[in-house]
Design a protein around this ligand. Structure first.
Ligand SMILES: Nc1nc2c(ncn2[C@@H]2O[C@H](COP(=O)(O)OP(=O)(O)O)[C@@H](O)[C@H]2O)c(=O)[nH]1
Ligand SMILES: [Mg+2]
Length: 171
């Protein structure tokens, strides 16, 4: 398990973690952030695209940047929390991408306990059960001292996007 140095509120590095049900797109988001921050170049991304193709899941190239074990790639689920470092001109971020699967909640708790801010990734096509799980993760984060929550509404391409639907789903 990766870990980050934590001293809440006193450092210029912001410690973040992902939370939310499995398959909501957490690892994809973190891989995208690595790419958008310029920490992954096009040739490297193409390499990961080839790996994703080998596992029959070409669309998940960004997730493969963080789901690194053979087991995670074969099962297409995050097991271990993966630590990534992001740097912008103004600040640095340590981001732990945790599992959403209830089986690995121990790893999720460990990554939440190191964070100052949680990124709650929620898919637009979530089931009622997944919404419940999302709420549980939010409560767990708050209980473990994470008082800032960023809600990332994902998979907007899967619905006929409307602001109303998003508001209803995030209430
Ligand atoms: N349609 C669509 N699929 C997505 C999006 N983001 C992720 N996915 C897919 O959702 C699945 C689960 O993604 P992953 O990042 O592994 O989810 P995690 O379990 O929350 O880490 C993969 O097949 C991704 O390709 C998105 O914005 N739109
Ligand atoms: Mg994941």
């Amino acid at each position: 398990m990766n870990s980050i140095n934590k001293s809440r509120g006193k450092q210029s590095i912001l410690n973040l973690c992902t939370i939310g049900p499995k398959s909501s797109g957490k690892s994809t988001l973190v891989g995208q952030l690595l790419f958008q921050f310029g920490h992954v170049d096009e040739p490297t991304l193409r390499k990961f695209e080839e790996i994703a193709k080998k596992f029959g899941d070409e669309k998940s190239k960004f997730a493969y940047l963080v789901d690194r074990t053979g087991y995670e790639r074969q099962t297409r689920r995050t097991v271990e929390s993966t630590l990534v470092q992001l740097k912008s001109p103004s600040r640095s971020y340590s981001l732990l991408d945790g599992p959403g699967d209830e089986k690995y909640v121990k790893h999720l708790l460990s990554s939440i306990s190191q964070a100052d801010v949680a990124l709650l990734v929620l898919s637009c096509d979530s089931t009622a059960e997944e919404y419940e799980q999302m709420k549980e993760h939010a409560v767990l984060s708050y209980t473990l001292g994470v008082q800032k929550l960023v809600i990332c509404v994902n998979k907007m391409d899967t619905i006929d996007y409307s602001e109303k639907k998003i508001q209803r789903n995030t209430q």
